[in-house]
Design a protein around this ligand. Structure first.
Ligand SMILES: Nc1ncnc2c1ncn2[C@@H]1O[C@H](COP(=O)(O)OP(=O)(O)O)[C@@H](O)[C@H]1O
Ligand SMILES: [Mg+2]
Length: 263
């Protein structure tokens, strides 16, 4: 459901929705200090960030500006030195390791930079492994893996090994795998970095569709200027601090023109 739909539902039915209901990701005062030997490196310097439900938001910035560190904190992969992160209203920085692992599995899909596929497993098995972690086994996991591969238009590649796929196809497997837990939130670290312009657009169009048709909240880290037209909002990270913010109207025509995959 989009923000607009949610807001009109709220008006229509006079429902008092808590304001946090519109905010899928909310970070306050995020600091990250890395220590190496006697040196301290302050990578994030008090970040406040909001991502609204159903939005596709980009986090942009030059290499080394702290994008991956921030995304990892928002996904609960890294613990910040200070600050809090609320996902769907729940403070993940207060969760035990076990609670966090369970919460991440069921709510957050993560597409790692560089695909991170298991090279000795087939495409189908790569997706099945993620489903197994979510408790699906045997025939049920095989069926669901095929459904996910169909959603990214890769059903005919199910039996191949990752080394026989193009970059665009590998990225689609990585996205299918991130959808294994049917997450409300999808995060992707530089999803177009190793793709040509055509496949880069197709990857971002797929993420855009997940936001707009399935109501997923999508947060994309990128420094790829070729894809910015597909973001609802762009937040710039500069030297560990939030700089400029841009709001965009998504160019749906461009999206339709460029949304087909070339293999
Ligand atoms: N585990 C770590 N230990 C020490 N320094 C780190 C670690 N991870 C990242 N950094 C440093 O933090 C800075 C930001 O890194 P990163 O978040 O990967 O930036 P980006 O994704 O924007 O390129 C870099 O200077 C990097 O060297
Ligand atoms: Mg990075």
């Amino acid at each position: 459901m989009t923000n607009l739909q949610l807001q009109s539902l709220q008006l229509e039915r006079s429902i008092e929705l808590p304001s946090q209901q519109l905010s899928a990701i909310s970070a306050r005062g995020i600091e990250m200090v890395f220590r190496s030997g006697n040196d301290y490196c302050r990578v994030l310097k008090g970040i406040d960030l909001e991502v609204q439900q159903g939005d596709i938001q980009f986090l942009m910035g030059p290499s080394g500006s702290g994008k991956t560190t921030l995304l990892s904190i928002l996904a609960g992969i890294l613990t910040p030195t200070a600050g809090s992160v609320r996902i769907l209203g729940r403070d993940i920085t207060q969760m035990s390791r076990r609670q966090l692992a369970e919460f991440r599995r069921s709510q957050i899909g993560f597409v790692f930079q560089g695909f991170n596929l298991f090279p000795t497993l087939s495409v189908l098995e790569n997706v099945e492994v993620a489903l197994n972690l979510n408790g699906l086994k045997g025939e049920a996991s095989r069926k669901q893996a095929l459904t996910l591969l169909a959603q990214v238009d890769l059903i005919d590649k199910a039996q191949l090994m990752p080394c026989h796929l193009s970059g665009g196809q590998k990225q689609r497997v990585a996205i299918a795998r991130a959808l294994a837990g049917n997450p409300c939130i999808l995060m992707a670290d530089e999803p177009t970095a190793s793709l040509d312009s055509h496949n880069g657009h197709a990857a971002i169009a797929l993420l855009h569709n997940l936001a707009k048709e399935r109501g997923c909240t999508v947060l994309v880290v990128t420094h790829d200027p070729r894809i910015t037209e597909f973001a609802d909002r762009i937040v710039h990270l500069e030297d560990g601090e939030i700089g400029r913010m841009e709001y965009r109207a998504v160019d749906l025509e461009a999206l339709e023109r460029q949304a087909s995959w070339s293999t």
